[in-house]
Design a protein around this ligand. Structure first.
Ligand SMILES: Nc1nc2c(c(=O)[nH]1)N[C@H]1C(S)=C(S)[C@@H](COP(=O)(O)O)O[C@H]1N2
Ligand SMILES: [Mo]
Length: 508
């Protein structure tokens, strides 16, 4: 038992020391986050989907807790065995250290230094465990142990016990202090990023968004705090906007490097655009509309001079995410932009501060890289972006979809007039019609509320005369090309869900 406790304490101290070192030097190299990132990248897409769906934004704390539990179990075993078989201690520490180093160096944006915190963790944990399991503390001296615990005289056992408890308490206090220090450093870094974000004064758009047409219902725009968030980042990247730059390179005539100030000096456009995630299930929540302020991408790429043979624009984030967008789509005249503002504020940290991409009409994984730092012009036959490597479609046009928001599934409603309402989207193609069917009956046209452009969702409503009994309500949309939303159910993988949103209600 003493050995297992010593193992857990030693590992805790080692990891905390490494977390402190990483917090001060390179936050991305913190062993827990590095291992977590490696696990996320190695996780099959289907499991990742499941985790996002079942755990929502709790998927990340759950993952980190899981990793901590595994480390604690290995450390406990090394401690328990290491009292007698001393070689187990360096072996166990080495094993965890190697795993940490491998994880840290596997991160797409890693540098060689990232191995150091994991090495420190292993060295500290190994040494501390070695010393906590000394025979003079645990009584596992090889000379006497064959006599069993009762072989050691009682006064000596209580002396060992006191020494062990004192040493263990010291290690625990050290771990808490190091972890507390790491947390403080991280918090002050986060505060610094948040402060520099708040200090940014965004210029007014040279080409502002048209005012929302009269008749748009509340909820057309999604508040930043309510906007869905999907990313693989275990900790939100905290970027110093003064040190940030964007490099445009690859198959271009002239490489560009732009600071945030360079970007903000260019004429900005502002647009209402709906963004959604390819992993959204039919009727799901991963869709939102915001007023985005940004630098139009097309003129910038014209300055760089895109080679005719380049068909893929790869956006790379500071955390190594890569998102590939067809050049032909990005430059076909739509409002593809490098976003700096969201709903009248600088881009929130969670949504890609200081700069993200946005391509109206493409799912986020194919056109909306957050924490952007590089744009590389290349070819689809030369490079697969992060999700494409994992089997998702290489292009990512959004599929026509519609959702019932009111009433809620399984609501109980009084008979009479009921307003059925929701949203429908087919960004860049627009929505021509939305129809509702009750109990599988004839499709009836819903009323469409006005929209500022084809790049946003459309709010719709339908007045239903509800009669007593159980009912099902379905919705379908027709996009701007006249194509009706497919009825066939498809999973989000590999190119977006299809099928109709249907809810059940009871009218009393
Ligand atoms: N750096 C980075 N950018 C990213 C992602 C990511 O994991 N990392 N996820 C993409 C996906 S899958 C989507 S749907 C959108 C979500 O943007 P939001 O979190 O601002 O809603 O960001 C995209 N950009
Ligand atoms: Mo997504």
């Amino acid at each position: 038992m003493k050995g297992a406790i010593a193992g857990v304490l030693a590992a805790g101290f080692g990891v905390a020391a490494a977390e402190l070192l990483a917090a001060v030097t390179r936050p991305a190299a913190g062993p827990l986050v590095a291992v977590g990132g490696a696990v996320v990248d190695a996780t099959p897409a289907a499991v990742k989907e499941l985790a996002i769906r079942e755990l929502g934004t709790h998927d990340k704390p759950a993952l980190l807790t899981g990793i901590a539990v595994v480390v604690a179990l290995v450390a406990a075993a090394a401690g328990a065995l290491g009292r007698r078989r001393r070689w187990v201690i360096p072996a166990g520490a080495g094993l965890l250290g190697l795993a940490g180093v491998a994880a840290a160096l596997s991160r797409p944006a890693s540098v060689p230094f990232d191995a150091v915190p994991a090495l420190l963790a292993a060295a500290v944990a190994g040494l501390v465990l070695w010393s906590l399991t000394r025979p003079s503390l645990t009584g596992a001296s090889s000379t006497f142990s064959s006599a069993g615990p009762t072989g050691t005289p009682a006064p000596m056992r209580s002396l060992e016990r006191r020494r062990f408890l004192r040493a263990a308490a010291l290690v625990a206090a050290g771990a808490v202090a190091a972890e507390g220090g790491a947390t403080l450093v991280k918090r002050s870094r986060g505060d610094a990023a948040a402060r520099s974000r708040e200090a940014i004064r965004l210029p007014a758009a040279a080409d502002p968004a048209p005012p929302l047409p009269a008749g748009v219902a509340p909820g057309f725009r999604t508040a930043n705090t309510a906007f869905y968030r999907v990313d693989t980042a275990l900790t939100v990247p905290r970027i110093d906007p003064d040190a940030w730059s964007l490099r445009v390179h690859g198959m271009v005539g002239r490489e560009l490097r732009l600071s945030l100030a360079d970007l903000l000096r260019r004429p900005l456009i502002e647009r209402d655009v709906t963004l959604n995630c390819v992993s959204n299930e039919v009727g799901g929540p991963y869709v939102g509309t915001a007023r985005w302020l940004g630098v139009p991408l097309a003129p910038l790429l014209r300055e760089a001079g895109v080679a005719a043979a380049a068909d893929q624009l790869v956006a790379r984030s500071v955390d190594g995410m890569t998102i590939g967008t067809p050049v032909a789509t990005a430059l076909d005249g739509r409002d593809t932009m490098l976003v700096v503002g969201m709903n009248g504020e600088p881009l929130p940290l969670e949504h890609g501060f200081p700069v993200r991409m946005l391509t109206p009409g493409l799912y986020g994984y194919a056109g909306a890289c957050k924490w952007l730092t590089e744009l590389e012009l290349t070819r689809f036959d030369r490079f697969d972006a992060y999700w494409v490597k994992r089997g998702w479609a290489a292009d990512g046009p959004v599929k026509t979809a519609s959702r019932i928001d009111r009433p809620r599934p399984f609501d109980r409603l009084p008979a009479g007039r009921v307003t059925v309402a929701g949203v429908a989207w087919a960004q860049h193609r627009g929505i021509r019609a939305v129809e509702v069917s009750v109990d599988g009956g004839a499709w009836a046209r819903a009323e469409l509320l006005p929209v500022p452009s084809a790049d946003t969702w459309v709010q719709w409503r339908y007045s239903w005369t509800a009669t007593a009994g159980p009912h099902s309500i379905s919705v379908r949309a027709t996009d701007g090309t006249g194509a009706v939303q497919p009825a066939a159910r498809a999973t989000p993988f590999p190119s977006g869900a299809t099928g109709r949103h249907t809810i059940s209600v009871t009218v009393t």
